[in-house]
Ligand binder design. Structure first.
Ligand code: PLP
Length: 412
């Protein structure tokens, strides 16, 4: 690691440029030089239309444009406005009514929710546990706070959720630490598109039951993509199992308005805990408020007001949900097209269900990505393969990409 000049490194590996933004800049430069039609930019983590323009829900935009100055200018309470805290619980849980104590605390996007979880439910020097295909900022957030990341193999040789490795790594970490935060990003996982099945969830529960009862385990389900996976109720059927976890497991949801309401830039989300006791719920509220105050203070009021208005008006809510459904169906068609084309040409994909991304396992991701860039195809090379953003390219492009990726993998 090179020396820092004035800043203090504190053990963090701080890159000169964010990898994905770097690739994105090269894609933009190529578009400027060669024209839009010569470039496929499948790096972006936002839903774009077939012309590459950001999709913004018009129903949400209408609410935004009609906000009165007070509805966005005033400070919001640290843990969010009372109306928002209620609305966001409903938004995450929908028809599910937990038996325990549910508390929501506002955060700037899912990122803030993940940050506050790690800050409060691990100790310095601890490792958090995530799948080996994972969203890189988990590592950044952990490192920033003096924590590490341990991974378990997401899939076994039969292309199924690798519960054996999940158990092994959780047990290993708990030998040396009193607390453990496990992050499961599902449904429509970034970067693979995998969604844990009912059987996977059952296995997770069985494993939790065998882990040492005196240790404190936080099971954070990162549901950033939940409303783009498929039927919104069907993809919430895992919620009851969270409440069947043993006493020493605290289930939480990291919820985000970035994708579901196309409010990426408004920075709004919530950390939601499903506590078994009132004491744990109250403690959750207290520690979240403390951490929020120490990092971003209160969150933006505008998106909180927007969600509260949507949940306060059934007609408006139906309009937003219907509009989102249309775009979700478009995204699901793109995913299907990519899967079918991969199947036809014999390109192996990491187990995929739905969502913004799909991944291709490959030996030399950096080299293959560089080869594809020469042809004007921009993907994100990861440690174990390539990530394709199907959210940012058309169905037609999804059909043609697998053969191009395979050809680049086979070129030596
Ligand atoms: N979790 C995952 C896996 C993501 O991919 C993202 C966004 O890309 C987030 C959480 C949180 O995003 P935000 O902070 O914009 O809500």
């Amino acid at each position: 690691m090179e020396e820092m000049i004035f800043a203090s490194r504190q053990g963090r590996n701080i890159p000169k440029e964010d990898k994905i933004f770097g690739i994105n800049n090269r894609a933009k430069a190529m578009i400027a030089k060669e024209g839009k039609e010569k470039v496929v930019n499948a790096t972006i983590g936002a839903l774009l239309d077939d012309e590459g323009e950001l999709i913004v829900l018009s129903s949400v935009n209408d609410v935004f444009k009609n906000l009165s100055p007070k509805e966005f200018a005033e400070y919001a309470p640290i843990s969010g406005t009372p109306e928002f805290r209620e609305a966001v619980k409903q938004d995450a849980l929908r028809s599910y009514e937990p038996k325990g104590h549910v508390v929501a605390s506002a955060t700037p996007g899912g990122t803030g929710a993940i940050r506050n979880t790690i800050a409060n439910y691990t100790d310095r020097g601890d490792s958090i546990l995530v799948a080996d295909w994972y969203w890189a900022p988990y590592n950044t957030i952990a490192a920033e706070q003096g924590r590490k990341v341990e991974t378990f193999a997401f899939f076994n040789g039969e292309r199924k959720f690798n519960d054996a490795d999940f158990r092994k790594k959780a047990e290993k970490l708990l030998l040396n630490q009193e607390r453990l935060v496990v992050i499961l990003n599902t449904p429509a996982h970034n970067p693979t598109g995998y969604s844990l099945t009912a059987e996977d969830w059952n296995n997770v529960k069985n494993i939790m039951e065998t882990l040492p009862r005196q240790k404190k385990i936080t099971l954070l389900v990162d549901v950033a993509y939940i409303d783009f996976a498929g039927d919104e109720d069907e993809y919430r059927t895992f919620l009851p199992i969270l409440e069947k976890m043993p006493e020493n497991v605290l289930p939480m949801l990291s919820h985000s308005l970035s994708k579901a309401y196309t409010l990426y830039g408004m920075r709004c989300g919530a950390l939601i805990c499903l506590a078994k006791t009132k004491e744990v719920a109250e403690e959750f509220k207290r520690v979240c408020e403390f951490s929020s105050r120490a990092s971003w203070s209160n969150c933006a009021r505008a998106p909180q007001t927007i969600l509260s208005k949507i949940y306060g008006d059934p007609k408006l809510k139906a309009k937003v949900f219907e509009e989102r459904q249309g775009y979700r169906e478009m995204l699901l068609r793109r995913g299907k097209a990519f899967e079918e084309a991969a199947d036809e040409c014999g390109l192996e994909m990491v187990p995929f269900d739905a969502g913004f991304f799909a991944s291709i396992p490959c030996q030399n991701p950096d080299q293959v990505a560089a080869r594809l860039e020469k042809e004007g195809i921009f993907l994100v090379p990861l440690a174990k393969g390539l990530r394709v953003s199907i959210a940012s390219v058309s169905e037609e492009v999804c059909r043609m990409l697998p053969a191009k990726i395979l050809a680049a993998m086979e070129t030596e």
